[in-house]
Design a protein around this ligand. Structure first.
Ligand code: AMP
Ligand code: TRP
Length: 326
């Protein structure tokens, strides 16, 4: 069975965009790959975090993924900082990565241009990510488009290391979400629904309550054509609601168009809101149950044990190749 690994940063609140664009896909992957899923809490401290909130968020992120249907029997789930080998290998990889390569990372360029002061960690973080991946000899790394460059850097680092020290790492490939569905902002349907969006009216958070979900969907920006028709250019708002409906029902857009061809916007929006609520409310109930149980800790303890053994072995090999230790 091919192996996959992905990391999730415990910052921001997950949105319906994440659910449709990434979590649904992970549920498919868990059926066909040996899957490793971890909370990348060490990545999050590249920018300033409140320690109490960070710790809570790490746990609640796992609860939410489990509530959405990520199966702990089918995924090894762990917390990055529970496994000391991620930081250890990262140092060795830092010494095998060039300053110039890191300087070309577009995410670094974006983020550093927004802050006057930024940490060295923000600059070197793609190497920590390379370590996350290379410790486990994975075949594929499911990521959003913005992370593709980091997986490519990981490949470059691994290839260079293998060439210099002999075969050590498997060369991973990025697995970019191929779901056509990009969920757009409800207020401004020309931009992506993003968890970092300032205007919360445009985004549905997975933990929004029923009233809030209904209000946001009923208030979604539409147009004056008055026809439920899929046309992202001229009717981006309605098209986005159609995409949400089709994705959650697992049906083609054409079917949605046919089903609602005689409806007005108000009644269509109500149907969309009902469907989103039907899907999110049981997830929220499950989420609360999980947070109030010991299950998350048990899962993380298991993940820590399993991944520490694998990572230790790889790190020892790296030490031996490089000449570290006795
Ligand atoms: P982010 O929240 O930007 O870190 O993205 C995490 C994952 O969710 C990535 O795989 C994205 O492709 C997916 N994702 C985030 N926002 C959306 C959206 N509005 N529509 C579809 N997929 C999304
Ligand atoms: N950098 C990723 C993000 O910001 C999270 C991440 C950390 C990751 N390590 C990883 C993703 C390893 C895939 C594989 O979203």
């Amino acid at each position: 069975m091919k192996k996959i690994l992905t990391g999730l940063q415990p910052t921001g609140e997950l949105t319906l965009g994440n659910y449709i664009g990434a979590i649904k896909q992970m549920k498919e992957y868990q059926e066909k790959y040996e899957s490793y899923l971890f909370v990348a809490d060490m990545h999050s401290i590249t920018i300033n975090q409140d320690s109490k909130i960070l710790r809570e968020k790490s746990k609640s992120l796992i609860a939410l993924y489990l509530a959405c249907g990520i199966d702990p029997q089918k995924n090894i789930i762990f917390l990055q900082s529970d496994n000391i080998y991620h930081a250890n290998i990262s140092w060795v990889l830092e010494c095998n990565t060039y300053f110039g390569e890191l300087s070309r990372m577009t995410q670094f360029k974006d983020k550093s241009s927004k802050h006057q002061n930024f940490t060295a960690g923000l600059f070197t973080y793609p190497i920590l990510m390379a370590g996350d991946i290379l410790l486990y000899d994975v075949d594929y790394v499911p990521v959003g488009k913005d992370q593709k460059q980091h997986v490519e850097l990981t490949r470059d680092i691994a290839q260079r290391f293998n060439k210099k020290y002999g075969e050590t790492f498997k060369i991973p490939e990025p697995l970019i979400n191929k779901v056509g569905a990009n969920i757009m902002d409800l207020v401004d349907p020309t931009k992506k629904m993003s968890k970092s969006s300032e205007n919360k009216k445009g985004i549905i958070q997975l933990l929004d309550d029923e009233k809030m979900i209904r209000k946001k969907i009923m208030g979604a920006t539409t147009d004056s054509f008055g026809k439920i028709h899929y046309d992202t250019q001229n009717q981006p708002g309605i098209s986005n609601l159609m995409t949400i409906y089709a994705s959650l029902k697992n049906c083609p857009i054409e079917m949605v168009e046919e089903q609602f061809k005689d409806s007005n916007y108000g009644s269509f929006k109500k149907e969309v809101a009902d469907l989103v609520i039907d899907i999110l409310l049981p997830i929220q109930t499950k989420y609360r149950e999980l947070l109030n149980s010991n299950q998350i800790d048990d899962i993380l303890d298991h993940g820590k044990d399993v991944t520490t053994k694998i990572a230790c072995k790889k790190y020892e090999l790296v030490k031996q190749k490089v000449g570290l230790g006795r």
